[in-house]
Structures are given as structure tokens and as C-alpha cells.
Design a protein around this ligand. Structure first.
Ligand SMILES: Cc1cc2nc3c(=O)[nH]c(=O)nc-3n(C[C@H](O)[C@H](O)[C@H](O)COP(=O)(O)OP(=O)(O)OC[C@H]3O[C@@H](n4cnc5c(N)ncnc54)[C@H](O)[C@@H]3O)c2cc1C
Length: 405
């Protein structure tokens, strides 16, 4: 479902705008940053080249730490109004239950998530639909030029332009590729032929053979039905990619025969979206007057599910801790900007994201003996924990807390 955009305080064509903070890019990172700063009473202008975020395949479920941060930021109620909530996921492999995960999770299309985030902006802020074509930054005042000819002057520029690096280039900010074509993701919707419900709230099916490169298929509810995200570590030019796009159902069942008994008869409805992800990070980003957040700073492996956690840590740390303090005093030199990039919470989230990206790839597709054993142990450990917890509920949690004490 597409949620219609609300353009807050429209800005005239030839206006030259002065603001405290100009945020370039109204995806999830930029829109949430604008909402947090505007709510705290700062003057913010958010600029995005598209009035409505297109139906592109990005994150489609919010869980765990992401829910915690959205709660702290005070946005969880808004998420609940647009998403499908669920709290139980059956995890299977080779047709058998590995374990069952619990925890509040929300499923929704990325376009709806971004629309929700943009609606959170208050009257202190403005939203401009335009493309930023040039940026120049200094210790004091920052200037943006827009495709329409408008100009924006700000004390701070936040670049939240996602994976598109073109704008940063003019400032000498480059992207270092850390892992080319690291993973491949597919997104599509499934339904029963008679539209009857599936026999589970949400289900994760892990790949069966390392050679297939299938990490997992995640099935979860969104308002339009049962959404499927398939994450793989395999050469994107392999013929299997084409088969997955064209004969999705039969290829899925060939890769994961254990799925059949859980799904019964089903059809793939609507388009099959596909994305090949490079892991990359910004370089040369420590500059006066400008700060990078979200994918503009570092991309993430979709299978690891860390992109939004990283992005939310960026938004929370930057907009609640640093920007309010920076605006209290004159200037926006490098010494201020470097405080954000050296924030221990941010560094930990960025590093965790990269570690998880490499871990998931090795756990899924590495065929050397060490990883073969580790893979077996990984699922065995989860299964034993699950069985023990079923016989003695809460026992594992109690043992863990005793060991931690
Ligand atoms: C297929 C896929 C699946 C994923 N699954 C998960 C998952 O399960 N869990 C998870 O945590 N993460 C996941 N991620 C990662 C997550 O989606 C991203 O980290 C997140 O969407 C990045 O948001 P962002 O705001 O930084 O960038 P974006 O959402 O890309 O926003 C960038 C915005 O900048 C605008 N823009 C760019 N240049 C300009 C310009 N010059 N002028 C004006 N506007 C401009 C664009 O129009 C866009 O709106 C996935 C990613 C992909 C690709």
C-alpha cells in the first residue's frame, strides 16, 4: 500500500532558504533525522528529488534493536499504525524446526516506512522536492544549489543520499568498495490459490546446501499479504538468478524442498524484485559543515539485517546528542563533526554491521571444513536450546543470567 505524501510548508520556486540544518535525501535516515531535529525545535529543511519514495526493494521488516531505538525516539506508535505486527517466527531447515524466535516485529513496504517518517516532520521544518546538484561547505556556512535554481544556506548539511555517491564527490568524498557483489536479495509476495491464510505467522527457512549459497528465506506478513525476502551469497550472473526471477516458485522448492510441507500450494503474486549489494564505505568524509548518515556513510548486507540498526544509531546519536550542542556555538568546523564519527556507539554499530555481513556469508556458503563444522554447530546449538527451553521454559534465560552475574 502506498501512503500519500504530505508536503509540509511548501517552499516557493525562487526562494532562497536559510536554515539551521539542511538534510539532503529523504529516505528513512534523512526523514527520521529531520523529524527528530524539528521536534526539538531546530529549523530543518529536508530535500529529496522524489515527492514519494518509489516502490523499491529495501528493508521490509523492523525488529529487535531497531524497535528499541524507534521506541526511544518516540516513533513506535506511528510505525504500529502503518505496519503489520507479529511476534513469533518459526525457523526451519531441511523441513525441520530449528527453533522459534519471539519478539515484536513489524512488516511493511519501505515506501510506506519512508512515508511514515516524512509525516513525522513538524511545522518547524520544510520539505523540498528537488535535486541537490551542488554543495559547498566551510567552517561556517554551507551552500546547496538545487536543480530548480533554488539555493539553500545552512549551518550544517546532513548527507543522507543513500548509496548514490555523486553529490559527495564534489566535496572529495569517495566510496571504498569493501566487498563487490557481496550478496543478492529477492523480494516478492506469495498467496494461497484460495487466499486462505498460511499455517504460521512468520517463517524463516534456512538454505540446505552450502553450494546453493542460500542464507535464508524470510516470510512475514505485510498488509498486502505474505511477503518473502530471499537472501543469497552467490554469483549474481549465475543462471539460478534468472530462474529465481522467472520461475520463482519451482526454483525455491528445488533449493529448499523442506519448504513445501509448510507452505502447501502457493503462488507468487506481483513482481519479483532483485538487488545485488556491494559493501562500501565513505572515505574523505571528515569535512567541516557536512556529516554523512545511513547508507551514505556505509552500506550493509541485507541478510545481516543491520542496515536500519546502523541508520537509527546514526540518527539517534547525531540528532539527540551532537547537533543540538553544535548549534549552540558558532562555527561548524571539523572538530565538531569528528565528535560524531568517533562516537563509540556509532563505531560499534558500523563495525558490527560489517562483521555480520562477513559472518553470514561464511556461515552460508563457505565450504571449508572449519565452516562446515561451525554451520552444523550453529544450528545444533540453536535446536538444543529450543528443546531445553520447551521442556523447562525460562531455564536457559536463567542459566544465562547466572553466568552473566
Ligand atoms: C534489497 C535490500 C534489502 C534490505 N533489507 C534490509 C533488512 O532486512 N534489514 C535492514 O536492517 N536493512 C535492510 N536493508 C538496508 C536498508 O534498506 C538501508 O540501510 C536503508 O534503506 C538506507 O536508508 P537511507 O535513508 O540511508 O537511504 P535511501 O533510503 O536510499 O534514501 C536516499 C534518498 O536520497 C535521495 N537523494 C539521493 N541523491 C539526492 C540528491 N542529489 N538530491 C536530492 N535527493 C537525493 C533519494 O531520492 C532517496 O530518497 C536492505 C537493503 C536492500 C537494498
Amino acid at each position: 500500500m502506498m501512503v500519500s505524501e504530505k508536503v509540509i510548508r511548501p517552499i516557493a520556486e525562487d526562494e532562497s532558504i536559510t536554515t539551521d540544518v539542511a538534510i539532503v535525501g529523504g529516505g528513512l535516515a534523512g526523514s527520521l533525522a529531520a523529524a527528530v531535529l524539528a521536534r526539538a525545535g531546530h529549523q530543518v529543511v529536508l530535500i529529496d528529488k522524489r515527492a514519494v519514495y518509489p516502490e523499491e526493494f529495501r528493508v521490509e521488516k523492523i525488529a529487535g534493536r531497531q524497535v528499541d531505538i524507534l521506541c526511544r525516539l518516540g516513533f513506535i506508535r506511528e510505525l504500529e499504525t502503518v505496519a503489520c505486527a507479529y511476534d513469533r517466527v518459526i525457523n526451519i531447515r531441511e523441513g525441520r524446526v530449528v527453533d522459534v524466535s519471539a519478539g515484536q516485529t513489524y512488516g511493511l513496504p519501505y515506501a510506506d516506512l519512508v512515508a511514515m517518517a516524512r509525516r513525522l516532520m513538524s511545522m518547524h521544518s520544510g520539505f523540498i522536492v528537488d535535486q541537490v546538484t551542488a554543495v559547498s561547505c566551510s567552517d561556517d556556512v554551507q551552500h546547496l544549489r538545487l536543480a530548480s535554481g533554488k539555493r539553500v544556506t545552512a549551518r550544517l548539511v546532513v548527507l543522507a543520499t543513500g548509496m548514490a555517491g555523486a553529490l559527495g564527490h564534489s566535496l572529495g568524498i569517495t566510496r571504498r568498495i569493501l566487498a563487490e557483489r557481496h550478496s543478492v536479495s529477492f523480494g516478492f509476495t506469495i498467496a494461497r490459490p484460495d487466499n486462505s491464510p498460511f499455517g504460521f505467522e512468520a517463517l524463516t527457512c534456512y538454505g540446505e546446501r552450502a553450494a546453493d549459497g542460500v542464507d535464508y528465506l524470510s516470510l512475514f506478513p505485510v498488509r498486502a499479504g505474505m511477503r518473502a525476502n530471499l537472501f543469497m551469497f552467490r554469483d549474481p550472473t549465475d543462471p539460478i538468478m534468472r530462474e529465481l526471477r522467472r520461475e520463482t516458485k519451482s526454483t525455491l522448492l528445488r533449493l529448499m524442498p523442506g519448504l513445501q510441507s509448510y507452505l502447501g500450494d502457493f503462488n507468487v503474486i506481483g513482481p519479483v524484485q532483485n538487488w545485488v549489494m556491494d559493501l562500501s564505505a565513505a572515505e574523505g568524509h571528515l569535512q567541516p559543515g557536512v556529516v554523512l548518515i545511513g547508507d551514505a556513510f556505509q552500506t550493509n548486507c541485507p541478510a545481516a539485517g543491520t542496515g536500519v540498526s546502523r541508520l537509527l544509531v546514526d540518527v539517534e546519536r547525531l540528532c539527540t546528542e551532537y547537533v543540538p550542542r553544535w548549534l549552540e556555538t558558532d562555527g561548524m568546523g571539523k572538530e565538531k563533526i569528528s565528535q560524531f564519527y568517533s562516537d563509540p556507539g556509532k563505531i560499534a554499530a558500523d563495525q558490527h554491521s560489517l562483521r555480520m555481513a562477513h559472518f553470514r556469508r561464511a556461515l552460508t556458503s563457505s565450504s571449508d571444513i572449519r565452516w562446515n563444522v561451525r554451520r552444523r554447530m550453529h544450528f545444533l546449538r540453536r535446536n538444543i536450546t529450543h528443546r531445553v527451553d520447551r521442556i523447562r521454559p525460562g531455564w536457559i534465560a536463567r542459566v544465562r543470567s547466572v553466568l552473566r552475574a
